[in-house]
Design a protein around this ligand. Structure first.
Ligand SMILES: [Zn+2]
Length: 135
């Protein structure tokens, strides 16, 4: 722990922080998928095992409409194939259907309330990164 560690941390750009947040999210989502299914399979179409650039991490809800507090919320992130995530725009209806079967309507209610109430700005990612880094 150097005398200027705190300064360095504060000086990091939000772009760099967001990149690290995303990398941690991808790592955690993959770890969960391996633990559950033994490999990476598309959450929405079942394709797999997915390797390399065909293994995406999908959001269920278009990230552009999510606030900064929910954009990288682990509840909504799952492994998807390139086709579902890119060509099918996330395949959201199937995603939601599977998510509901997996988590139940009460969890969905809570999730969408959290999405609607989220007013956190991008600075939140600095705090969230610290939280993700220890998981
Ligand atoms: Zn797929």
């Amino acid at each position: 722990m150097g005398w200027d560690d705190g300064k360095k941390k504060k000086a990091r750009s939000l772009d760099a922080v967001e990149r690290d947040v995303w990398n941690h999210c991808r790592r955690i989502v993959r770890e969960r998928a391996y633990a559950k299914d033994g490999d990476l399979y598309c959450y929405t179409c079942g394709a797999g095992p997915l390797v390399g650039s065909n293994a995406h991490t999908g959001h269920m809800v278009n990230a552009a409409v999510l606030g900064w507090g929910m954009r990288y919320d682990l509840r909504i992130l799952r492994v998807q194939c390139y086709r579902c995530n890119i060509h099918l725009g996330g395949n959201g209806a199937v995603y939601l259907w599977r998510w509901l079967a997996e988590n139940g309507i009460d969890a969905a209610q809570k999730l969408f309330e959290d999405i609607a109430a989220d007013d956190r700005d991008r600075e939140y990612l600095r705090y969230y990164l610290d939280e993700l880094a220890v998981r």
